[in-house]
Structure formats: C-alpha cells, structure tokens
Ligand binder design. Structure first.
Ligand SMILES: Cc1cc2nc3c(=O)[nH]c(=O)nc-3n(C[C@H](O)[C@H](O)[C@H](O)COP(=O)(O)O)c2cc1C
Length: 172
C-alpha cells in the first residue's frame, strides 16, 4: 500500500500546533456558515469542523473556538443553523471568517436570509441548510463541540459545492 504521509515516531510525538495545522491543511472540507439569532441580533461564522452524528434522530455537530462570539450567541439562543455553501459564496465565507473586518449583523448584509423552525438565519442560496436545536455542549481543550438535533432542513439542493484545502477555496 502506498504511504501518503511519511511520519516518524518523533513527528507523532511533536504533532501539536503548526505541525497539526499543516497536516489538517491537506484535508478537503466542505465549507459552512453557522448562524444563530442571538439575544443581541444575528451572529454567524464560517466553519469546516462540521459533521453528521446520527441518523435517527438526525443530529449534527460543529466545533467552535471558545472565544467565538457566535458560540456565545448560540449558547444563549439554544439553536443554530448549519448553512452549507455553494461555490458562489466564497466572499461570504471570507466575511464570516472575520477576514473583512465585519462583525455580528454586518456580516449578513450581502446575502438573502430566511428562517425555518428555530429562527436561526438560513442562507437563501445554501446548497443545504440544517436548522438545529442545541441539545449538548462538550468542552474539549480550546473548543466546544455543539451537538444539534436537526428540526428542519432547507437549501436549494443543487449546484457546485465549496471546499477548503491548502488554505484556499475551490469548487467541487
Ligand atoms: C475555511 C475556514 C474554516 C473555519 N472553520 C472554523 C471552525 O470549524 N471552527 C471555528 O471555531 N472557527 C473556524 N474558522 C474561524 C472562524 O470563522 C472565525 O474565527 C470567525 O470569524 C469567528 O467569528 P465570531 O467570533 O464572530 O464567532 C474557520 C475559518 C475559515 C477561513
């Protein structure tokens, strides 16, 4: 079998920080904007640490850095929406990743949003959107794992998707 990544035991011991981030840069991930309707208005952030957890009931997870304002808003509201981006939404991904100096409500200005069951913002042209009720929060190191039960779904369901790999966006 071909070995794709050469790893000596010493690399595996010193695998935190930059080495781990470099390794993760090889992994292609779908790009999402996770939103909520918080007590102080709408909040949202770009996230790739998103995964399905179970089918029945439909459950998903998202990992968010503890200092994130979106995290605080989700914990306050008890709900969030995972909006999976199409390849037309690169600029939106940049905006919600704090790369355009926009915070909170201002991040929402360049796109159209609706709501489904929870009131969390649903991107009108998302590939798919998972509207979730927050059911659990796990503390792991610098991050929080939010577990959400999917209570409604939306999105256009067609078109090219957006992935992030080697610190850049591409269409799939
Ligand atoms: C492609 C990409 C993926 C990201 N994925 C995550 C993620 O999964 N979890 C996370 O906490 N931050 C992630 N970030 C960073 C957040 O988007 C960024 O810190 C965000 O602006 C936090 O905003 P807030 O403090 O307003 O919540 C990602 C950034 C980029 C560019």
């Amino acid at each position: 079998m071909t070995k794709l990544v050469q790893a000596e035991p010493r690399d595996m011991v010193a695998s935190g920080g930059p080495a781990f981030r470099q390794a993760m840069a090889q992994v292609a991930s779908a790009v999402h904007v996770v939103t909520t309707q918080g007590p102080a208005g709408r909040a949202g952030m770009t996230a790739t640490s998103v995964a399905p957890v179970s089918d029945d009931p439909p459950t998903m997870l998202v990992c968010i850095e503890a200092a994130s304002r979106t995290l605080a808003a989700i914990e306050a509201s008890g709900a969030f929406c995972i909006n999976t981006l199409g390849d037309q939404s690169i600029e939106l991904a940049e905006i919600f990743a704090r790369r355009r100096n926009l915070e909170g409500e201002a991040r929402f200005a360049t796109a159209d949003w609706i709501t489904l069951a929870t009131g969390a913002p649903v991107l009108a042209d998302a590939l798919v959107a998972f509207d979730c009720r927050l059911i659990d929060v796990k503390h792991v190191a610098t991050h929080r794992i939010l577990i959400g039960e999917v209570v409604a779904m939306g999105g256009v369901g067609t078109g090219a998707g957006l992935v992030y790999r080697r610190r850049g966006f591409s269409s799939v």
